[in-house]
Design a protein around this ligand. Structure first.
Ligand SMILES: CCc1ccc([C@H](C)CC(=O)N[C@@H]2O[C@H](CO)[C@@H](O)[C@H](O)[C@H]2O)cc1
Length: 821
């Protein structure tokens, strides 16, 4: 390149231009005039990837020299979002790249918009794992994030006649330039079969697992660069392949299907992500997927451990392994198997290493979301693991009986095995017994864990229990998503806040400054106009940026109460119909989120949202003062348009049900005000931003459990509140279903007869709170002050703070800065 820098690693506009053209010619085999958007995107991706791998090589060299204690994050889901924009930002080459492409007549934004994100997750849990990767690298912590490289990610959601329709997510169709296949890094994965116990010639007891089938897991690596550092950690995802791609013998016999059968069968393991954020009992492939990525990951750690020369008895000193919910909990039994059967350690030593290696994070209190596997399935798939689990359990129960000699019920409650027929393996129990630390993801959630689902374990091992309140990365969700806000903050606070978010406190001094307020409103206005453009493109609906953008985007679930949001919208609609001259604050209600394909009530809620939208958006009396939009196919990419454009963030789950929430943090970081319940991290957000800057309503977690325990009767609330009655009756009338009363009957019936998520009990307070929101919005000075103070006091909710706490309290690891060679 120009001033002596190589075009493979140079950071100047000139070097990047030459590198881009070089990749276009010699990787894509295209010249500019005939290059497609995909060619240009790939050429730029390879240009950026070279600079990532340059830093990765330096990182690996540093780690080999330092042999540091390393964090391994095991997660069945990752939602990293599109890579191009964040990699350019974290490497600090956005401007030179934009100019280099401009000089070639290419708009960088068009290439960034073209990228398809890896949708390898369902929602909160998967996105949190991605925010953690960004913070681990930015804090220069040696870490590897392990998971599954699904060929097909979370389904694409289309809305047809108001209904969710799922289509296959073929994200790899045009290939993925950000990943590097590592054929040399591959491991055997055994399943099924039986075990053989024998005594070897030295008279020692040995166990052999004779599998029914053996597959291969191959590593596919994606470099994860930290912000403004040289550290590149890896996201190492496993792809399933047959030990032998083609069975030539079968082929010679002319059995062509037989010849490829093994390959097809094996690939099935990592074929597709399970699209539910609640388990389905006994899905064989799901357990196979969990065993698959766990055994590959632990074997990979053992390979790295061997290179350190440290004895296997010190494995837990080299590696600390975080279990992202129970999905990788089989790891406790798998590490024992590898230590006992492959390294021939005695039980006690193996167990000592194992329980000092793992830590477990719980992400949900919903009883139906706690995974348990039927013993027959476990026996057929993982016979050796089941033997080990039985042994772990009997030694554990011995300890429990010693501790509580006269309390057989407690032992039964604590047992890994649920004896009620058909017998099941309780994965949360295996995780708790095999881990040295157990944490929830927000203070209220961690408290409820100790009082409810994990109470017995808390009473047994209170020292294991911790809280680690979630956080989100301000790089993607502030700087990248909201550059206008980023430059206003840089101008006002200087640089540095994006890696030390507490510096945002400096905004408090500007909260009442009229000039600064005006700049602040302009930033929000620009994002609202940008989103209006995207809504027009995606839904063909025109929304008004002067209206209040009232947003609820998250997975569709009854406990998240998207249908309570709808009860408010219909209430406003009825108010206008009763008095068309009513002076209300114009609102645009924006929904987004996928429903698990088999979750009928969630799908009905999506249908009702679109049905209400159809009626309200064309109603002449309403005259555009209310607009309802359902944004299809919500994703990280779409979130980056939505979070910066919101005025109100809806966080209205039934108290005690949302473990933390992370969307709530992304909205507040972009100056939206929250209307919410005292649930999950809402409690801590309100604590930090100030009660006067948060719109609170509803029963708290104690009141919810008391109300449900004392025979809750939703009918009473229906009969006692005329506005509520009118709303429910309107839905029941078929008004939103072209007169078809039966369509939404199941939803109405459930609300009047069960309402297990207390919508009717919280309705009146919610409506009153929304009226306060409208009143506040009429006073721009007051609203802008509240918005500025929300950002000023949101510092705690950076995933850098969360990861720093995991490093200090659980992983006991230190940063290892990397010098670029
Ligand atoms: C087996 C199917 C399955 C898949 C995913 C899950 C996740 C635990 C669900 C999830 O995403 N939980 C969310 O995790 C976030 C990150 O901690 C929290 O912020 C959300 O409150 C919680 O619902 C449960 C069951």
């Amino acid at each position: 390149g120009g001033n002596g820098e190589s075009i493979r690693t140079g950071m100047s506009e000139e070097a990047i231009r030459l590198a881009f053209l070089d990749n276009l010619f010699y990787v894509q085999g295209r010249f500019l005039e005939v290059a497609s958007l995909d060619d240009k995107y790939k050429a730029l991706a390879y240009t950026v990837r070279d600079r990532l791998l340059h830093r990765w090589v330096s990182t690996i060299r540093t780690y080999q020299q330092a042999n540091p204690r390393t964090v391994c994050y095991l997660s069945a889901e990752y939602l990293p979002g599109p890579f191009m924009g964040l990699n350019l930002l974290n490497m600090g080459i956005e401007e030179p790249t934009r100019k280099a492409l401009q000089s070639l007549g290419i708009d960088l934004e068009s290439l960034i918009a073209y990228e398809q994100e890896p949708g390898l997750g369902n929602g909160g849990l998967g996105r949190l794992a991605a925010c953690f990767m960004d913070s681990l690298a930015t804090l220069q912590i040696p870490a590897t994030s392990y998971g599954i490289r699904y060929e097909f990610g979370i389904f694409q959601q289309d809305i047809r006649n108001g209904e969710q329709v799922e289509t296959t997510d073929n994200w790899l169709h045009y290939g993925n330039p950000w990943e590097v296949r590592r054929p040399q890094i591959s491991y055997d994965v055994k399943i099924g079969g039986h075990t053989e116990h024998y005594t070897n010639e030295q008279g020692l007891h040995r166990v052999r697992w004779v599998p029914h089938e053996t597959f291969r897991g191959v590593a596919i690596d994606t470099p994860i660069l930290g912000h403004d550092v040289n550290t590149v950690n890896l996201m190492r995802l496993w792809r399933a392949e047959a030990a032998e791609a083609l069975d030539f013998h079968a082929f010679n016999e002319g059995d062509y299907y037989g010849a490829v059968l093994r390959e097809v069968r094996s690939e099935t393991i990592s074929k597709v992500l399970y699209p539910n954020d609640a388990p389905e009992i006994g899905k064989r492939l799901r357990l196979l997927q969990q065993h698959f990525f766990v055994t590959c990951s632990l074997q990979d750690m053992m390979r790295v451990h061997r290179t350190t020369g440290m004895p296997i008895e010190r494995f837990h000193e080299k590696f600390t392994v975080q279990l992202n919910d129970t999905h990788p909990a089989i790891a406790v039994a798998e590490l024992m198997r590898l230590l006992l059967d492959n390294h021939h350690l005695d039980w006690d030593t193996a167990w000592h290493v194992t329980r000092h290696t793992f830590a477990y994070t719980n992400h949900t209190l919903l009883p139906e979301a706690l995974e348990k596997w039927p013993i027959p399935l476990f026996q057929s798939l993982l016979p050796r693991h089941l033997e080990i689990i039985y042994e772990i359990n009997s030694r554990f129960l011995d300890e429990v009986r010693q501790r509580y000699p006269f309390d057989p019920d407690r032992a039964q409650r604590l047992s890994i095995i649920d004896e009620t027929l058909p017998r099941h393996v309780r994965m949360a129990h295996l995780a708790c017994i095999g881990s040295f630390a157990i944490n929830g993801v927000a203070e209220l959630h961690s408290q409820l864990l100790k009082e409810t689902v994990l109470r017995d374990f808390y009473e047994l091992w209170p020292e294991k229990f911790q809280n680690k309140t979630n956080g989100v990365t301000p790089r993607r969700f502030m700087l990248l998503s909201n550059p206008g806000l980023g430059s206003l903050l840089n101008e006002t606070l200087g640089h540095g806040w994006e890696t030390d978010l507490e510096q945002l406190r400096g905004l408090e001094a500007h909260a009442d400054d009229p000039a600064f307020q005006e700049r602040w409103r302009q930033v929000k206005r620009q994002r609202k106009e940008a989103l209006a453009g995207e809504v027009h493109k995606l839904c063909g609906i025109d929304i008004t940026p002067t209206s209040l953008y009232d947003v609820q985007v998250k997975r569709i679930h009854e406990y998240k109460r998207q249908h309570l949001n709808l009860l408010h919208i219909i209430t406003l609609y009825n108010r206008i119909k009763r008095n068309p001259a009513l002076d209300i604050v114009p609102r645009t209600f924006i929904f987004g989120g996928k429903s698990a394909p088999g979750y009928a009530m969630a799908k009905l809620i999506i249908r009702l949202i679109n049905a209400v939208a159809e009626m309200v958006n064309r109603d002449r009396d309403v005259a555009g003062r209310l607009k309802v939009v359902f944004l299809p196919n919500f994703s990280v990419k779409l979130g980056q348009w939505v979070y910066p454009a919101a005025d109100i963030s809806q966080q209205i789950s039934t108290a005690g049900k949302e473990a933390s929430g992370t969307g709530n943090m992304k909205f507040s970081m972009n100056g939206a005000l929250t209307i919410g319940t005292l649930d999950g991290a809402n409690v801590e957000i309100r604590e930090d931003v100030g009660a006067e800057n948060f719109f609170l309503f509803g029963l708290d977690a104690d009141a919810v459990s008391h109300t449900l325990a004392n025979g809750y009767r939703p009918w009473d609330y229906y009969n006692a509140n005329q506005e509520l009655k009118d709303v429910i009756d309107l839905i029941a009338s078929g008004f939103f279903a072209h007169g078809d009363r039966s369509l939404f009957q199941p939803l109405v019936d459930h609300l009047l007869q069960h309402d297990s998520y207390l919508l009717l009990a919280d309705y009146a307070d919610y409506i009153a709170c929304q009226d306060q929101v409208s009143a506040a919005y009429r006073d721009p000075q007051r609203w802008t002050r509240m918005s500025i103070l929300n950002v000023a006091r949101i510092g705690k909710f950076s995933s850098d703070r969360t990861i720093a706490e995991y490093c200090r309290d659980i992983w006991k690891v230190q940063p290892v800065p990397v010098k670029l060679d």
